[in-house]
Design a protein. Structure first.
Length: 397
């Protein structure tokens, strides 16, 4: 049993510790950087445009990569671009380098464009057709489903498991209309199912008059924009769901959050994807498909549409500079797109606050049984190749 004197000393010491902890907590609160997003239990609906800083901040851009492009389904292309087994196309989405490929069974799959040996790109051209994909660095080769086929000097290494060293897969969905979607979530089952956001989108009545099997890929086009991706995507979102009859020619336009748009007419259809490159730069990527019965004159009009659209987009103002006041927000609200972005970022920031660290859904983990070397492991612990981005330390609202 403790003596009275010892007990008193113990209580005094305990009081000092408690007081010290309170002081430290106050200091941490005082020194904490400003939050980008308020810590609220439920995402709020904004009634004013997003702050201008959201279109310039590198920290916001990195948060968007984690909160949106790492776990939401993104529309990429159409299956018409993959006519035969081994047809592949390289893409980039918000800094993630990947490729789509058609396997021997006719299925379209996506993989991160990262060799499992030293994170060198497996494909370096824009597109091609190969039955085996071979990394040019040390000759590791992969089949059309991403399985490792050959690993020079690794085959006899003790503990090396060939089946665990295939390319990192990306969730892929081809809808009933043939459009190809991807989800970067590294989990075996993505947190967001395709049907959660797009159930029935491939059965819309306004698309029924068009048989997309009658269209073939014609050409693609890419333009660099000195705008944040949200500026361009917001423009397409606000002008979507258009059905107009011009001289008996119906044109249907739709926007697919976060950054893709589709326009279909009897003569052509084209897809637009606004690819984020940085906080202040994006690329507008168009893929144009021509109807088999379209005349040269009819199809020539596409260039006019492109030129007009691109010129308009190059001079887009920052939405934060516009004065929008709306308390009732529906799909047609000028703030509908911005609300989607805001709520996703707010939810993800809350998740990171709870876990006390950045949450990167797209970050791959090398299995311990894969037999990777210490150098191999370091590539992914630092997110090399996957473009996970820098840690955001100072976040300004």
């Amino acid at each position: 049993m403790l003596s009275i004197g010892t007990a008193v000393l113990f209580l005094v010491a305990l009081g000092i510790v408690v007081a010290a902890r309170r002081v430290l907590v106050k200091e941490r609160v005082a020194q904490a950087p400003a939050e980008i997003i308020p810590r609220v239990s439920k995402p709020k609906t904004i009634t004013q445009p997003l702050p201008e800083s959201w279109y310039k901040s590198d920290d916001i851009y990195e948060l968007e990569r984690r909160a949106i492009f790492s776990k939401k389904w993104v529309l990429i292309t159409h299956k018409q671009r993959f006519p035969e087994s081994g047809s592949w196309i390289r893409y980039e989405e918000a800094g993630f380098n990947f490729f789509l490929i058609r396997n021997k069974e006719g299925m379209i799959r996506a993989c991160h464009n990262i060799c499992r040996h030293r994170a060198f790109p497996v494909v370096t051209k824009d597109q091609g057709q190969n039955m085996v994909l071979s990394c040019k660095y040390h000759g590791w080769s992969y089949g059309l489903n991403g399985q490792l086929a050959k690993a020079p000097m690794y085959g006899d290494m003790q503990g090396f498991d060939k089946s665990k060293n295939g390319l990192f897969p990306i969730h892929t969905h081809v809808d009933e209309k043939g459009f190809v979607w991807i989800n970067m979530d590294a989990k075996d089952v993505p947190e967001v199912a395709w049907t959660d956001d797009f159930a029935g989108i491939d059965r819309l009545a306004r698309h029924q008059p068009f048989n997309l099997n009658d269209y073939t890929f014609d050409h693609s086009r890419q333009e660099t924009s000195a705008n944040n991706w949200k500026t361009v995507a917001d423009k397409y979102a606000s002008s979507s769901k258009i059905e107009q009859d011009e001289k008996a020619v119906t044109i249907v336009s739709d926007f697919y959050f976060p950054n893709a748009a589709l326009t279909i007419s009897p003569h052509f259809f084209f897809m637009m994807r606004c690819n984020p490159v940085s906080s202040t730069e994006s690329t507008m990527e168009f893929e144009v498909f021509r109807h088999k019965d379209a005349s040269d004159e009819q199809f020539q009009k596409i260039d006019d549409i492109f030129n007009q659209t691109l010129e308009e987009d190059k001079s887009l103002p920052n939405p934060a500079e516009k004065t929008f006041n709306s308390s009732v927000l529906g799909d047609d609200s000028p703030l509908f797109f911005q609300n989607q972005v805001h709520q996703l970022l707010e939810q993800h920031r809350q998740l990171e606050d709870v876990r006390g660290k950045e949450v990167r859904p797209a970050q791959q983990v090398v299995p311990t049984e894969a037999g990777a070397t210490e150098q191999d492991e370091s590539l992914f612990s630092s997110c090399a190749g996957l473009a996970c981005g820098k840690l955001a330390k100072q976040l300004a609202w």
